[in-house]
Design a protein around this ligand. Structure first.
Ligand code: GLU
Length: 393
């Protein structure tokens, strides 16, 4: 795991969060030239083999401009309506702009439960992974039209961090009007020092985050540090950079000032540690010797190798996997509910659709959701081939 900066093109999966103020001018609306330049940067990164996801703010800001709503705070239903109008225009703008570089955009609107509830998390992740596999760029935002004050991320900094951890990204780039982290708010304190590298988010670092947010966006440095904690804990590096110049990604590559937050560990081990660390598995799967060998070589657990299912669990719950000798050898997130798992245990993946009445996933537990826990089982996984053949995430 590198603890030093590397060029953007050396990352494999990058989430770029774009703040509202970069994309939307309160008077004239969408900043098309900026967007086109941004898309050219994305195309350049993709051409180097980097998978790119965008978390784009701007729906509410754009909608309120289109609707000519007065300045100042909006009521909930006003911001929901503004988002409805703005999101459609925002998505179209991304789609059109990316298409000039022959890139296909896919819109993904998330609500809080889509990343916080494991079943929905698996579902959202599968969709996003599929988009990436097809070479498209997911354009993600909160579904502000239905999100209420109680049930929402509220800011796209943390949403972007949740997305980054969900898809196992190795870099999150937060672009806004702030070029990085300072020891104190630079406009208030002439002695404020810029921090180029943040090895760890300590309480001191947290204390440096003021509350400042501009009128157009909800996030300030506070939410950026929160995002940094989410991302880096899961092994994803983070950059805070100014998005103000045209071609902001290129500007970072050319040495424009930005703050780099070091990842805490590799995304794979961090996530798998989380799975392994679940206190009470909701059920167990007893598997045969062939499946055990397959698991030990890093493969997914297919229904065919499952002999017995115990407990009552839902898709996404953590379950223990026992070998033929009855010992726990692994833990993972269930790809199916317990009753479904019972019905397809011992069956070939091709038979799933007929048994369940819908085309489910081929794996009972996908290898990305699986960690070896038993004796002699702890496989060191550097995550290099983690996403190869990720058909059934
Ligand atoms: N989801 C909001 C929007 O698209 C932006 C939230 C934020 O600024 O962080 O308008």
């Amino acid at each position: 795991m590198t603890k030093t900066r590397k060029p953007l093109q050396k990352y494999r999966r990058v989430v770029i969060k774009i703040g509202s103020a970069l994309l939307v001018d309160r008077k004239s609306g969408l900043k098309k030239a900026w967007l086109d330049a941004m898309c050219a940067d994305i195309a350049a990164l993709k051409a180097k083999g980097v998978e790119v996801l965008v978390v784009s703010s701007g729906a509410i800001a754009l909608g309120r401009t289109v609707l000519d709503l007065p300045a100042g705070a909006l009521k909930l239903e006003e911001s929901q309506a503004a988002a409805a109008v703005g999101q459609i225009a925002l998505a179209r703008a991304w789609s059109e702009s990316l298409s000039t570089d022959q890139i296909i955009a896919g819109q993904v609107l998330l609500t809080l439960g889509d990343t916080e509830e494991r079943r929905r998390y698996l579902n959202a992740r599968a969709t996003i992974n599929q988009l990436l596999k097809l070479g498209a760029v997911p354009i993600i935002n909160e579904n502000d039209t239905v999100a209420t004050t109680e049930i929402r991320y509220g800011d796209n900094d943390r949403l972007a961090a949740r997305v980054a951890t969900m898809v196992g990204a190795d870099l999150l780039v937060l672009l806004s009007d702030i070029d990085g982290l300072y020891t104190a708010p630079p406009h208030l304190d002439p002695d404020a020092r810029f921090l180029d590298t943040i090895a760890e988010i300590t309480p001191e670092i947290e204390a440096m985050a003021g509350g400042a947010a501009s009128e157009l966006s909800r996030g300030g440095m506070r939410t950026k540090i929160d995002a940094g904690k989410i991302a880096t804990t899961a092994g994803c590096a983070m950059i805070i950079a100014s998005g103000k110049p045209d071609h902001p990604l290129n500007a970072i590559e050319c040495g424009a000032r930005s703050s780099w937050f070091a990842p805490a560990g590799s995304p794979v081990t961090a996530r798998k540690t989380w799975i392994a660390g679940q206190l009470l598995p909701a059920g167990t799967l007893i598997i045969d010797a062939g499946a055990e060998t397959a698991l030990r070589s890093g493969k997914s657990l297919l229904p065919a190798g499952v002999r017995q299912v115990t407990g009552s669990f839902s898709r996404g719950d953590t379950i223990a996997i026992l070998g033929a000798a009855g010992r726990e050898i692994a833990r993972g997130l269930a790809g199916y509910d317990a009753d479904e798992a019972r019905q397809i245990a011992g069956k070939k993946s091709a038979e799933i659709a007929e048994i369940l009445g819908y085309a489910g996933r081929a794996a009972m537990v996908h290898r990305d959701d699986l960690v070896m826990t038993g004796p002699a089982g702890a496989r060191v996984d550097d995550g290099r081939d983690e996403r190869k053949g990720e058909v059934h995430a």
